[in-house]
Design a protein around this ligand. Sequence first.
Ligand SMILES: *[C@@H]1O[C@H](CO)[C@@H](O)[C@H](O)[C@H]1NC(C)=O
Length: 215
Amino acid sequence: MMSRFLIFGLLLTTCSIAFASDPSPLQDFCVADPNSPVFVNGVVCKDAKLVKADDFLFRGLHLMGNTHNDVGSNVTSVTVAQLPGLNTLGISMVRIDFAPWGINPPHTHPRATEVLTVIEGRLLVGFVTSNPENRLITQVLEKGDVFVFPQGLIHFQKNIGNGYALAIAGLSSQNPGVITIANAVFGSNPGIDVDVLAKAFQVDIKVVQQIQSKF
Ligand SMILES: *[C@@H]1O[C@H](CO)[C@@H](O)[C@H](O)[C@H]1NC(C)=O
């Protein structure tokens, strides 16, 4: 009986390790063919004989994103959608621009750990551990500092300077995904029942409706 539980436990552990990141590639590369009508986990490979150097190239990460928006930040993504050569390779990157005092609001990447470095400016960053502790791990980063946001955890960044700030981050998935907490919870389509949100956030229904109206 005990050993059966042990084997089951081992199987579970093995499975969770296998699913903790993108699957390993089974060939040198599998350049994404976004036009294929076939649905697979990832994107279908382009014929290797037709692959060109350009399939492994993205140009323009030196360009600043436009931060004139409500949060004062802009994320430029280089995932498999922008760089087909990333398909099956389990990696991607982003450039994050911050206006003075701008924020990258609390969000999570369902499929990736993120490692971030500050190129310019000073950032307050943090992530919150899962239930029940919900402990905030926070730090002020200076130029050249590197900080890691573990997979799936809610995290944020804030420019705590009067100038623009710039960060570059690597993510452990070709398609990390992003769930911005405020948008997902208050701006879903259709909206989540106000009573659910009022009870969840322990506020009046009017407060929920007011927040929902902003998204
Ligand atoms: C981010 O910057 C790009 C390039 O300037 C712009 O097209 C895009 O609308 C910006 N996104 C947001 C959310 O402001």
